[in-house]
Ligand binder design. Structure first.
Ligand SMILES: Nc1nc2ncc(COP(=O)(O)O)nc2c(=O)[nH]1
Length: 268
């Protein structure tokens, strides 16, 4: 999954692709580098980000999705709003990527059920403004597993086909670094739920902190690619179905190495 944030303030690539032509060009290049789907997001989800209204989100993503769809590029819509998902699906998106796992908008389940499209349910405990305060766990792996299972159960109860559900641990969302590492180390616990698992660590802050300089300054965003590659390979080795990354070409190369080993996990 290639990341295409069409926002002015996303944490690692905010502002680069607010122009439709630039966004479409980047989405096409990610697809050509090997991405199976391009994840288009119109609202920043970084901690502390201000929310934008649905109209703004729709205005940002629909023109880009329409153009990518017209060029045969599969698209997922990264949104927590049912109205935005509906508009994106109408514009040609094929997957709903909901960082709230259906919690932010009760109407999302009926949109996903009616569309019969894959719905990525990410682990989440609240909007960006206050989510780090919610990073309190006794056993983060068990709690994330249980909360994701509950989200999947709710989706199925709302009429979503179980085969359309993808789960995601939500690294960095209501999680401190130690929580991200625990979830990475025990990703198999989530895979054991029986749904495909998407893993999204690309360039995230906990990697910057891991790679901090001698004075404690976190590694800048553009210096986190090698670490991101390592997290992607480890996630796939643990059974992840997919990885959500900014740097698709290098990731595709790394996963080609994994595939060459003949591992049973890799699902192509
Ligand atoms: N499914 C899923 N979606 C996401 N959307 C945004 C971000 C925030 O990162 P970005 O600013 O690089 O998009 N992370 C995820 C993630 O980990 N999983």
């Amino acid at each position: 999954m290639g990341v295409l944030n069409v926002t002015p303030d996303s944490f690692s690539d905010g502002g680069r692709y607010t122009d439709v032509d630039a966004a479409v060009q980047h989405g096409v290049s990610l697809f050509r580098e090997g991405a199976h789907v391009i994840d288009v997001g119109g609202e920043s989800t970084r901690p502390g980000a201000d929310r934008v209204d649905a109209e703004t989100e729709i205005a940002r993503v629909v023109p880009v999705i329409e153009r990518l769809f017209a060029q045969g590029v599969p698209v997922s819509i990264d949104t927590t709003r049912a109205a935005v998902a509906e508009a994106a699906l109408a514009a040609g998106a094929a997957v709903i990527n909901d960082v709230s796992g259906g919690l932010a908008d009760p109407a999302m389940a009926s949109v996903a059920a009616a569309a019969g499209c894959p719905w990525i349910l990410m682990h989440w405990r609240g909007h960006s403004r206050d989510m780090q305060k919610l990073a309190a766990y006794q056993d983060v792996v068990a709690e994330v597993r249980d909360e994701l299972r509950a989200r999947a159960d709710a989706a199925i109860a709302a009429g979503v086909d179980p085969s359309m559900i993808v789960l995601d641990p939500g690294l960095g969302f209501a999680k401190q670094a130690e929580h991200n590492w625990a979830l990475s180390a025990h990703l198999g616990v989530l895979v054991a739920l029986g749904f495909p698992v998407l893993f999204g660590a690309s360039r995230k802050t906990y990697l910057g902190r891991l790679l901090a300089g001698p004075d404690g300054t976190p590694r800048p965003v553009d210096g986190r690619e090698a670490a991101t590659l390592a997290t992607s390979l480890l996630a796939v080795a643990s059974g992840a179905w997919g990885v959500r990354v900014h740097e698709v070409g290098a990731t595709a190369d790394a996963l080609a190495v994994w595939r060459a080993t003949g591992s049973p996990h890799f699902r192509g």
